[in-house]
Write a protein that binds this ligand. Structure first.
Ligand code: C5P
Length: 292
């Protein structure tokens, strides 16, 4: 059993986030299509010392039970019946409160990492149950491909890679402020049409993504949570208008925001868009491209 392990912790964008109404438990029923993004935080695990000791490159993040990595570790050790010392270091690169699921990915990667470090005491079903108890987006990150997520986001149906997106490139821009997920959901109440979407958008988009016409698929990208976010932050509308003007076949806010993503048809298209983005909006925004 190796005493240390280093893993990359990915993020995601939502190509679709269709909210279907508020549930009696306070969460929202939804259908979402999530796509992994090869942009990573780093996690290092070591069996040593006593208790759970977490360190993080970002001093603004808590390193106690306020951090999902810490919570995932405690939940794992309890479920596996282990009382051992663990040290974990989290090197953050993915922006926070960005709609990219960085923290959710960290929690899932922690569950997978500890299960590997301790020679797989927990089954895949057990890990999924712990993941969904920690957060709605976390089960998605226990697998590696695109997926349809339903329920409150925790019921995962893996999907094959999408032919329509083959060869394309994600361009991601973070506006420098975060948007809190609870704020987004609470403010959705003011937009009844967005709050009570009709199911079926996901099936339609999956059909389009399985063909090869990217603009036809891009026309079906949709996010209910844009309603409150774009009203409060008009800069995000300007970002999308810019990307559309640059010929991006799709652009959308990811998750509860604040990241906007666009698809570029290839790397040269992505680089041209980013260069013109910087000369149009200035260089202060976090802007990056990642091949799909
Ligand atoms: O599950 P998670 O902890 O990520 O959810 C954070 C918050 O987002 C919840 O407390 C809830 O306010 C909101 N949420 C929701 N419906 C979902 C997912 C999240 O209302 N399906």
């Amino acid at each position: 059993m190796p005493p240390t392990l280093a893993l990359k912790s990915p993020c995601k964008v939502n190509l679709l986030l269709n909210i279907l109404g508020r549930r009696p438990d306070g969460f929202h029923e939804l259908e979402t299509i999530m796509h992994p993004v090869a942009l990573y935080d780093d996690l290092e695990f070591e069996r040593t010392g006593e208790g759970v000791k977490l360190t993080c490159s970002d001093r603004t993040l808590p390193v106690d039970s306020g951090n999902l990595v810490h919570r995932a570790t405690t939940a794992f050790l309890t479920a596996a019946g282990l009382s051992v010392g663990i040290r974990i270091h989290l090197e953050k690169r993915i922006p926070l409160a960005a709609g990219l699921g960085g923290g959710s990915g960290n929690a899932a990667t922690t569950l997978l990492g500890l299960n590997e470090l301790f020679d797989h005491p927990l089954s895949a079903d057990r890990l999924s149950a712990i993941a969904s108890s920690l957060g709605s987006d976390i089960p998605f990150f226990l697998q590696t491909g695109p997926a349809l997520a339903t329920g409150r986001g925790e019921i995962i149906s893996p999907l094959p890679e999408f032919p329509a997106m083959r060869g394309s490139v994600f361009v991601l821009v973070h506006p420098g402020f975060g948007i809190s997920t609870p704020w987004s959901y609470q403010n959705l109440a003011r937009f009844p049409a967005a709050l009570n979407g009709q199911p079926g958008r996901a099936a339609k988009l999956v059909t389009r993504l399985q063909a090869t016409d990217l603009p036809a698929a891009g026309a079906e990208f949709y996010n209910s949570l844009e309603a409150p976010a774009l009203e409060k932050f008009p800069l995000l509308v300007l970002f999308q208008e810019f990307f559309r003007g640059e010929g991006a076949p799709a652009t959308l806010m990811s998750g509860s925001g604040s990241t906007t993503f666009a698809l570029a048809t290839d790397q040269a298209h992505a680089e041209g868009m980013m260069e013109r983005f910087r000369s149009h909006f200035g260089g202060q925004y976090w802007l990056t491209s990642v091949p799909v």
